[in-house]
Design a protein around this ligand. Sequence first.
Ligand code: SF4
Length: 336
Amino acid sequence: MRAFQYARARTPAEAVGQHRASGTEYLAGGTTLLDLVKLDVMRPEAVVDINRLDLAKIETLPDGRTKIGALVRNSDLAHDRGIREKFPVLAEALLNGASAQLRNMATTSGNLMQRTRCPYFRDGFSACNKRAPGSGCAALEGFNRSHAILGGSEACIATHPSDMCVALAALDAEILVQGSQGDGAGRVIPITKFHLLPGRTPEKEFALERDELITAVVLPALQPGTRSWYLKIRDRESFEFALASAAVVLETQGSTISSARIALGGVATKPWRATEAEAALRGAPLEESAFANAAALAVKGASPREHNAFKIELAKRVVTRALSAVAASQPTVREI
Ligand code: SF4
């Protein structure tokens, strides 16, 4: 492991000030950063420890929205009574991620900034445009079973790894950030714009300026009676990343769907909102044929590689099953 400078911040403004030099990273739970530092994939020259900042609260705002501090641990968020009652899909997604030990350390903001699990990115020596821009992409012609079928480019097909972010995408979360520019009040980034498609610059993953700090995530209130579910399919039932997953948030009137939000995980380069599927479901009957049609639209435009074409059918089945289960469910969190 390479040596780096270490500083501890007491306020968000102090953290942003300490982050100005290039080569600096924020340190929260450390479950991504320290992992990648030990692999020599990330090489920070300095680290700003933000664990002492007062950003670990979950609050209901006067307008009914829910504000989740950047440093709320994944375990605390998943087991918070208000989150489980109001946003069960988020609690389910969190409990489907990683292991209990990791969830005890990982934070909301760190989870938002998880890096890909592409093995060529993590091995430190393969051609990888994300780790070493311009070096190529070993996954394109390599073993790409876990890679993305949606949102990829000729520069990168790495899959976005987070479960939490898929639920946040279906919940239309907003990310609050603070940086050195502007009036100090910070700015708001919709979750759908926070993670960037790889395009020609896969090394740029987030819509953040270099010194910007995530301070909170805000969730709009759901209509009473809204139902939701997070369904994740993976190679083993614990401590494993998704091959395909879906977060579904459904509002109905009688036997008709009034609104549907669907986000996919494990199949795309970012948390993937299936907007065409959502539009097709609006006003549709709560029937299997409507779910199957939406599932087909959810993977429209998929571009599989040699080893991951199975994800098209898998994702369709995940969407269909998630919609069917939500349609038949009560608006409560499922025990996992
Ligand atoms: Fe690197 Fe992306 Fe290619 Fe993986 S898929 S090797 S992360 S460029």
